[in-house]
Design a protein around this ligand. Structure first.
Ligand SMILES: [Cu+2]
Length: 260
């Protein structure tokens, strides 16, 4: 597998479900490579075999062998295997099955509201009280893109990262709820193998578990305006202790400062 990942130039995987996605990408490429070589070979064979100099008169009976039907059935069978054996189970595990909260603050999934905005990424956490601050469109502004209500007590400790890196703990489930402030963007974390469109008016959850510490890039994978190519974001995967320290500091300094 590693050999094929290198050939396909896949970025180093850094999430728990990423290897399954890569495996699937590799199988599809292998099938496509076999089809490319097979059909091209067959095409070249027919060009040679039925050249006009060797076949001055057309053969009205045509092909008698059933080889091409068998080949078609074989290809369809492999495609069915990829779909039923790999794609659907992978979708069920990596997309459908969401990690659930068990009431343990140390292992429960971290929830982050992610917002695409021309041309940056913003993040919003509920804060240490675990309560999401009230939001309203009337409060939304350039400095308060999440529209947090400064009068709401639940919003006081909310953590927001506007156009700056947000943090996630290592080896912990992370649920990102993706939305957009303006146009359609696409939240793509190449090394986590996560891609989800950010659509105004919708909140779409995705989840992953980062397995390697480091700084990671978020890119926008949906053409969203003049500066689409500059729409990059960053997040850091750090150990639990460092995450807790960052989160506490951020909450104490007040997500509230972004109200103004
Ligand atoms: Cu964008």
């Amino acid at each position: 597998m590693e050999f094929f990942s290198k050939i396909l130039n896949l970025p180093d995987v850094a999430s728990a479900h990423g290897a399954g996605i890569d495996q699937f990408i590799i199988y599809i490429h292998l099938l496509m490579a076999a089809l490319f070589v097979g059909w091209l070979g067959y095409f070249l064979y027919t060009v040679f075999r039925f050249r006009s100099s060797a076949n001055p008169k057309a053969d009205y009976a045509g092909a008698k062998s059933h080889f091409s039907s068998y080949a078609e059935v074989g290809v369809a069978a492999i495609e069915a295997l990829l779909l039923l054996g790999f794609a659907i189970p992978l979708w069920a595990k990596a997309v459908d099955e969401f990690p659930t909260k068990k009431g343990d603050a140390k292992t429960d999934p971290i929830e982050i509201a992610i917002q695409g905005q021309q041309f940056a990424w913003n993040a919003h956490y509920a804060g240490p009280d675990g309560v999401w601050g009230k939001q309203g469109i009337q409060h939304a502004s350039a400095t308060n893109p999440f529209g947090l209500d400064s009068a709401d007590a639940g919003a006081k400790d909310d953590v927001t990262c506007l156009r700056e890196p947000f943090y996630v703990p290592l080896n912990r489930d992370v649920i990102c709820r993706i939305s957009s402030m303006d146009v359609i963007h696409c939240f793509k974390l190449p090394r986590m193998r996560v891609t989800q469109d950010a659509i105004p008016g919708m909140t779409i959850p995705v989840h992953f578990k980062a397995t390697k510490p480091g700084d990671y890039m978020i890119i926008c994978a949906q053409l969203c305006g003049n500066l689409h190519s500059t729409m990059k974001g960053e997040f850091k995967v750090v150990a639990d202790a460092e995450y807790a320290e960052w989160f506490a500091k951020k909450a104490a300094s007040g997500g509230a400062q972004s109200f103004e």
